[in-house]
Ligand binder design. Structure first.
Ligand SMILES: *[C@@H]1O[C@H](CO)[C@@H](O)[C@H](O)[C@H]1NC(C)=O
Ligand SMILES: *[C@@H]1O[C@H](CO)[C@@H](O)[C@H](O)[C@H]1NC(C)=O
Ligand SMILES: *[C@@H]1O[C@H](CO)[C@@H](O)[C@H](O)[C@H]1NC(C)=O
Ligand SMILES: *[C@@H]1O[C@H](CO)[C@@H](O)[C@H](O)[C@H]1NC(C)=O
Length: 489
């Protein structure tokens, strides 16, 4: 910046800030999808949308390489399954760091800033599976980073679920760690603090709303005017602030009042549940982004935390054990198209992915000649939905209002697309047919959710061998099923 004098300086600083992405956004990028965009397209999508920080759930080579020299900072996750090995051997941790951190930094120019050890390892539903391995794994990874000469550049952290803390008084000021977890978590926090590393917390207002039918809905968003929570001199109008400050209170009570905290996941899904729709997701994420752009913190922590929005893209192979909404957290659809408009500041809106290649514009539907009373219909739908994602067909979901015929068409098409439109993948006991007319129901457009009959991304699987019945492609289906079942959270 050459000519910046006096008050002009301010304008210069602001514009430099914008062009350098100082006000950039952070997102979670998960890859549990049957049809993944190429990592290059995803990185471009992030850059086009001013996203300058990303959190990955594991060290997958292709996404990491694509992030090399991109200007995007990376928080690299380690799945819980690795905790036992990392805990048991510092050599294992050294190998992990050498292969998955050092080499990407030095050879690929990946800007790794954090290593997130485990993912919500203390979640109640994991039933203590990881409670004894998390801390030693953290220590070994930290030691390995120091040995690799990355101790300053790369910080460790542990993303924890908000259920590790609670409040007796129902007010944020009453926050403390759950008694069962206290003796485990305090040494971890102390260790992070001693190493200048942050704690990471995942906060889900959507799940708070799910869990309690009496939860005041506007409090889940950023406009809780109906029943604000008054906590001494502070008035809370949204659950994100209240939840974050409950953790801050818990930290203060245990002697960590200046412990830095990152929000590792927060977002709102668009499908798979009556509360998961475009209107709610847009309302929540716009409110969240507005806060981020304003640099707003919480009442107890005015300095804004780093916030990683969950998520960038939909993932159709995620476990739906928590609910059908699990596959619909993306701000973008699986193919990088925009789900709903968001204002990213300075009049900028979301930009879709560029250069995406699709399969042919053809769909598998229920044949017009077939009867809805055909005895094979139920079994065929169930077969299709075992191997493809039918979560949009559920109650209160985007395609939940389809009649029986369109419902069958939706299931057949999801299967057909998931199988890359293979020949033989649209043969459900003579009940199905291929069409080139988009069967997506028009009448739904404009409502909160739009029922989309997808066309999948072209992955280059051009297997055209004809198979006469739906039994023939079973081997491939088995592979997909294995993928679906091993990719459980
Ligand atoms: C690096 O990370 C990947 C993905 O998590 C894992 O499969 C691989 O085993 C790791 N490398 C080492 C040496 O642990
Ligand atoms: C649509 O398909 C789903 C998934 O198989 C099923 O649960 C639901 O009952 C079907 N609805 C109608 C109206 O046929
Ligand atoms: C499908 O229709 C063909 C021709 O009408 C018939 O030969 C075949 O048996 C049918 N297959 C099934 C599974 O119903
Ligand atoms: C859309 O969502 C809003 C807010 O959740 C709700 O009040 C409205 O009834 C919904 N409209 C439809 C058509 O579902």
């Amino acid at each position: 910046m050459g000519i910046c004098y006096f008050w002009v300086l301010l304008v210069c600083i602001l514009t430099e800030g914008l062009t350098k992405g100082v006000f950039g956004l952070a997102f979670n990028w998960g890859t549990r999808s049957t049809h993944l965009l190429t990592p290059q397209i995803v990185v471009r999508l992030m850059k086009d949308n001013g996203i300058n920080k990303v959190k990955l759930f594991e060290a997958e080579p292709e996404p990491l390489k694509a992030l090399g020299n991109s200007g995007i900072q990376v928080m690299l996750g380690i799945p819980n399954d690795f905790l036992a090995s990392l805990a048991s051997s510092v050599q294992f941790a050294e190998k992990w760091v050498a292969q998955n951190v050092s080499s990407y930094i030095s050879q690929n120019g990946v800007d790794i800033r954090y290593v997130a050890v485990g993912n919500e390892p203390f979640l109640k539903s994991y039933k203590d599976a990881f409670i004894h391995t998390t801390f030693p794994a953290l220590q070994n990874v930290q030691a390995a980073l120091i040995k690799a000469g990355l101790g300053r550049q790369v910080k460790v952290t542990v993303p924890i679920n908000a259920d590790v803390y609670e409040t007796d008084s129902n007010l944020p000021s009453g926050g403390n760690f759950r008694p069962e977890i206290r003796d485990l978590i305090i040494p971890i926090i102390k260790f992070l603090s001693n190493n200048g590393a942050p704690l990471t917390i995942n906060i889900y207002p959507f799940l708070s709303l799910q869990a309690d039918p009496d939860f005041p809905k506007d409090y889940a968003f950023f406009s809780g005017n109906s029943k604000p929570i008054v906590d001494g001199s502070i008035t809370y109008t949204n659950v994100l602030d209240a939840n974050f400050d409950t953790l801050v209170s818990a930290l203060e009570k245990n002697g960590f009042s200046s412990m830095p905290v990152i929000v590792g996941e927060v977002g709102w899904p668009t499908d798979g549940d009556p509360n998961a729709n475009m209107v709610n997701a847009r309302r929540f994420n716009q409110g969240l982004i507005d806060r981020i752009l304003r640099g707003q913190g919480t009442p107890k922590r005015p300095t804004p935390p780093e916030i990683y929005i969950f998520a960038l893209l939909d993932e159709d192979a995620k476990s739906i054990q928590p609910g059908n909404f699990e596959r619909h957290w993306g701000v973008f659809n699986f193919d990088g198209t925009v789900k709903y408009p968001l204002n990213l500041g300075s009049g900028r809106g979301l930009v879709p992915a560029k250069g995406v290649k699709y399969l042919e514009r053809q769909w598998c539907i229920m044949s017009p000649q077939a009867s809805i009373s055909d005895p094979n219909l139920a079994e065929s739908i169930s077969y299709a939905c075992t191997y493809a994602d039918c979560t949009s067909l559920g109650y209160g979901s985007s395609c939940g209002m389809l009649d029986a015929r369109s419902n069958a068409s939706y299931a057949f098409n999801m299967y057909y697309q998931t199988m890359d439109q293979r020949r033989g993948a649209c043969q459900f006991s003579n009940l199905s047919a291929i069409t080139t007319v988009d069967p997506s129901p028009r009448s739904y457009t404009g409502q909160n959710n739009t029922c989309r009959f997808e066309i999948m991304i072209d992955l280059g699987h051009h297997e055209k061998a004809s198979s006469p019945s739906m039994a023939a492609p079973l081997v491939k289906h088995f592979l997909i099923l294995q993928l679906l079942s091993t990719w459980v959270l």
